[in-house]
Design a protein around this ligand. Structure first.
Ligand code: KG4
Ligand code: ZN
Length: 341
């Protein structure tokens, strides 16, 4: 069985081919980033993102097929990200996938982007034990999930304002650093002292598992203004290391509180910000301390890619095979708690 998956939810155009024998095997996973297109604006420009997807999607799908050594006629199942994301960008991938599925008379499965991020862990780590506590940290979302079984997600907490990645991106933009900010902060902050600038771990008033990064962002802006920090300042590595550290500690603090409540067997960390070495280290430290297995995808699987989309689709299809392409599938822009299974 072969699946062709497409992901265009934000600013990466991606296509992947997966084969299932016993478990899923990634034959190709092509990702074309639009960073260069959006960098001059310091953030993603939605209209430019969808136009760029239109320009590149045919070539990216072609490359995924040729790297996998398969032809379109051999594909048994199509998978595509349905949402949440930028609506124009999502529609490019969705329409493209619908066209292929309709023409080849094959099933098409719509996949939730957040489910796909969580699935990246399962794809790379077979045999994960449930219950699983998953922390998803990306540019658009920060959320904690409890999974008691495959494809079943209970939202335990989510951000009330900025996502963690968004906070990193905004601070980088304010300092005149490149987009996306997360990797730049990581690079420049590597040599810095994470204790140099004081930050307090934010708490939501009701002690819920929801996150809030707006207070940290304000505290960071205050440090920047009070110390006159700028791009080339010698204290910048210390400041960036301190900010990165507090973001990582805040995220892991929530994992700790949630783990106390739900007693998981496995912890997973996923989403673009999960590429961050400091966050990975804090997360692993906590897992060791709590005696839990920790799973973090390889860096390439953390950021948006189509392989994780294909992996969800395969699980859904195994559970509920459908013969015809679902041409009524619609994209959705916002996180809406929609859950499948
Ligand atoms: O999951 P993703 O590729 O896209 C969304 O679904 O949002 O995540 C993108 C986010 C951006 O905010 C980017 O700054 C952040 O992931 N990111 C990082 C690193 N690499 C990407 N943040 C911190 N450290 C990194 N190494
Ligand atoms: Zn994502």
């Amino acid at each position: 069985m072969l699946v062709l998956a497409i992901e265009t939810s934000c600013d990466e155009t991606s296509a992947a081919v997966l084969r299932v024998k016993l478990g899923p095997e990634v034959l190709s996973n092509i990702v074309l980033s639009q960073d260069e297109v959006h960098a001059p604006y310091g953030g993603v420009v939605p209209e430019l993102a969808s136009r760029q997807h239109i320009k590149t999607i045919t070539a990216i799908v072609g490359e995924a097929l040729s790297q996998a050594g398969v032809g379109l006629g051999e594909i048994d199942l199509y998978a595509v990200t349905q949402g949440p994301g930028l609506i124009g960008s999502l529609l490019v991938g969705l329409s493209f996938a619908k066209g292929l599925a309709y023409y080849h008379k094959k099933p098409l499965i719509g996949v939730d982007h957040l489910e796909a991020h969580l699935e990246a862990c399962f794809l790379e780590n077979p045999g994960i034990e449930f219950p699983v506590l998953g922390l998803l940290v990306s540019g658009g979302h920060t959320a904690l999930y409890l999974m008691e079984e495959p494809l079943a997600y209970r939202l335990l907490g989510r951000t009330r304002d900025d996502a963690a990645g968004e906070a990193l991106d905004k601070i980088a933009k304010f300092l005149g650093l490149e987009y996306p900010g997360g990797p730049v902060i990581e690079k420049l902050g590597r040599s810095g002292d994470p204790r140099a600038f004081p930050f307090a771990v934010p708490r939501t008033k009701d002690r819920s598992l929801d996150f809030s990064f707006s207070g940290l962002k304000t505290a960071a802006l205050k440090h920047i203004r009070e110390n006159g920090l700028a791009r080339d300042d010698a204290r910048l590595p210390d400041f960036l290391a301190s900010f990165e550290e507090i973001v990582a500690r805040t995220l892991v603090g929530h994992v700790r509180s949630a783990a106390d409540q739900v007693q998981p067997k496995t912890l997973i960390l996923c989403g673009g910000v999960a590429r961050n070495a400091r966050l990975r280290a804090r997360f692993q430290e906590f897992a060791r301390e709590a005696g839990l297995r920790a799973c973090v995808p390889s860096p390439k699987m953390c950021t948006d890619n189509a392989a994780m989309v294909g992996a969800v689709a395969l699980k859904k299809f195994a559970r509920r095979p459908g013969p015809a392409p679902d041409l009524d599938l619609d994209a959705y822009a916002r996180f809406n708690g929609r859950r499948s299974g």
